[in-house]
Design a protein around this ligand. Structure first.
Ligand SMILES: O=C(O)CCC(=O)C(=O)O
Ligand SMILES: [Fe+2]
Length: 320
């Protein structure tokens, strides 16, 4: 029998890194213990989805490792008892301590490659496509690709949430409950740069997927909420501040309100996965876009991440 008032420790299950792994190339969730088990349990379904030759299989085993070991280690540390901000910092690169911008490898190169292939197939298809956001004209919304639930939701819930809770507890890092995930694409003749802006998000993850390109570095200024009240602080618009270069597979973590933009692409094509992470507990009080109490309008799916209590419905038949 449990003793009343005994201290409790929250734990996680060891299946964290082996159960329910998503293989983007074949649109399948798998349990992974090793190559033999994978072949035994998933051979027929994988073959039916085009994983036929030994080379396909080898590629799959490599791709199964979608998440970079550094990211797994940082997330695992963040969920461990007694985890602290300082300890997590040792597992990340601090891009700017003052601006609270961090970098960590998120995806393996093999996974970035497989995801890019999926994105290009989708782009060439005649499936209906929306724009990633009001600023980028080219790219893909992850939910249109069917990757929101299998890829982004687990990424947010299992890995990003514990990490963000330690890094940004004051910005809803521990209360993330929805996201908007999209891939932005820059190429000659298409979008080439992105003006300075703030995100409709409490926190943002931006992961470089490739391909080979020059230019396109991110630049960061001050906080939007501070700058709008301080026109003198708008030096962020100047392109003098040092840029943050992209490294394939690596993610940049920043606050959504941190003003930022992307410098012009030189050559090649740049694709980045951007996840706008939202905490309704924060935004329900103050809309990050208009800095006022949100004027809520019904929407589809996660909407823009605000929530409202549904009015309780009363069954009139029971009233008679
Ligand atoms: O071009 C990029 O990688 C940045 C994109 C971005 O900041 C955004 O879409 O909010
Ligand atoms: Fe942005």
């Amino acid at each position: 029998m449990a003793t009343a008032g005994a201290p409790r420790r929250f734990c996680r299950c060891a299946c964290f890194c082996s159960e329910n792994l998503y293989v983007a190339r074949y649109g399948l969730h798998v349990r992974f213990r090793g190559e033999q088990q994978l072949r035994r349990d998933y051979g027929p379904i994988l073959r039916s989805r085009g994983c036929v030759s030994p080379k396909d299989f080898q590629q799959l085993v490599e791709e199964d490792e979608a998440l970079a070991p550094e990211f797994l280690a940082a997330a695992e540390y963040s969920t461990s008892p007694g985890a602290e901000f300082e300890g997590l910092l040792q597992r990340l690169e601090t891009v700017s301590g003052e601006k609270r911008i961090y970098r960590v490898p998120v995806f393996t190169a093999a996974f970035c490659h497989a995801l890019l292939e999926e994105l290009e197939h989708f782009e060439q298809s005649d499936m209906p496509k929306g724009r990633p956001n009001t600023m980028n004209n080219y790219g893909v919304l992850l939910h249109e690709l069917g990757l929101d639930e299998p890829l982004v939701t687990p990424l947010r819930e299992r890995f990003l949430q514990p990490l963000m809770a330690l890094l940004y507890p004051d910005c809803g890092g521990g209360w993330l409950d929805s996201h908007r995930a999209f891939v932005v694409k820059y190429a000659p003749g298409q979008d080439r740069e992105l003006g300075c802006h703030y995100d409709n998000a409490e926190l943002t993850l931006n992961v470089a997927l490739g391909k080979a390109f020059t230019g396109g570095a991110l630049y960061f200024g001050g906080l939007f909420q501070v700058s709008v009240c301080d026109p003198g602080g708008r030096a962020w618009g100047s392109r003098k501040c040092p840029g943050v270069e992209h490294v394939v597979g690596q993610g940049i973590l920043h606050r959504g309100g941190q003003l930022h933009g992307a410098r012009p692409l030189g050559t090649g094509e740049r694709w980045n996965l951007v996840v706008w992470l939202r905490a309704s507990a924060v935004r329900n009080r103050l809309c990050p876009m208009c800095c006022r109490k949100p004027d809520l309008v019904d929407d589809e799916g996660f909407g823009d991440g605000f929530t409202r209590e549904e009015p309780t419905t009363v069954d009139v038949c029971t009233l008679t």
